[in-house]
Design a protein around this ligand. Structure first.
Ligand SMILES: [Mg+2]
Ligand SMILES: [Zn+2]
Length: 193
């Protein structure tokens, strides 16, 4: 059974990122409910409403030398609502929106599988669907990321669990689409390290 982790979308601006500080740290971000409002299976610009403060937070992460990396379960692909090509086109658009606002993302990892609702080969028990840590581990290997020194930002217990299983020490939970408390904690975290 093919359960290999999908090739991530890598931001066109990724390569010039400073490598001297490798191994680098990351700000891992869940997508729906953290970056965009979770309307359910969002995959078009028209359905995208940004979570207030997200561009500032990602810019702040970049300024701290953290690579902003999205890790997102995409059951919409598994269910056949949209395909991987649609998802990659949408992701390229999303990355461009962040670049335009001087808060570039580094990469987007996604899981197209679902254990029950998946169609065809996408119906499987994979190693990437959160709370499995596969996407974070793959990102760490490819982008030379120090997981213990990294931060996970998510809005579900499964995000926190994936991070913990991957060895990410700091997890920040976003509730009700309100980034404000998280931004405060993230600033404090930056001062400690
Ligand atoms: Mg979410
Ligand atoms: Zn998967």
């Amino acid at each position: 059974m093919q359960t290999a982790i999908r090739t991530p979308y890598l931001d066109p601006g990724l390569e010039p990122w400073p490598k001297e500080s490798a191994p680098r740290r990351a700000l891992f971000l869940d997508r729906d409910g953290v970056i965009n409002v979770d309307h359910g299976y969002v995959h078009t610009a028209a359905r995208t409403d940004w979570i207030p403060g997200i561009f500032e937070l990602v810019a702040q992460a970049g300024a701290k030398g953290l690579l902003p990396v999205i890790v997102t379960n995409q059951a919409g692909i598994a269910r056949g609502y949209y395909d991987e090509a649609d998802f990659r086109r949408y992701t390229a658009w999303m990355h461009a929106e962040f670049r335009m606002r001087r808060s570039p993302l580094a990469a987007t990892y996604f899981c197209p599988h679902h254990p029950i609702a998946g169609v065809g080969e996408l119906r499987c028990e994979c190693t990437c669907r959160k709370p499995q840590p596969g996407m974070l581990l793959a990102a760490a290997q490819r982008l030379d990321i120090d997981l213990a020194g990294s931060v996970m930002l998510g809005d579900k217990v499964s995000d926190m669990e994936a991070a913990t299983r991957a060895g990410v020490a700091t997890t920040l939970l976003v509730t009700a689409g309100n980034l404000e408390p998280v931004i405060d904690k993230f600033q404090a975290w930056g001062r400690q390290s």
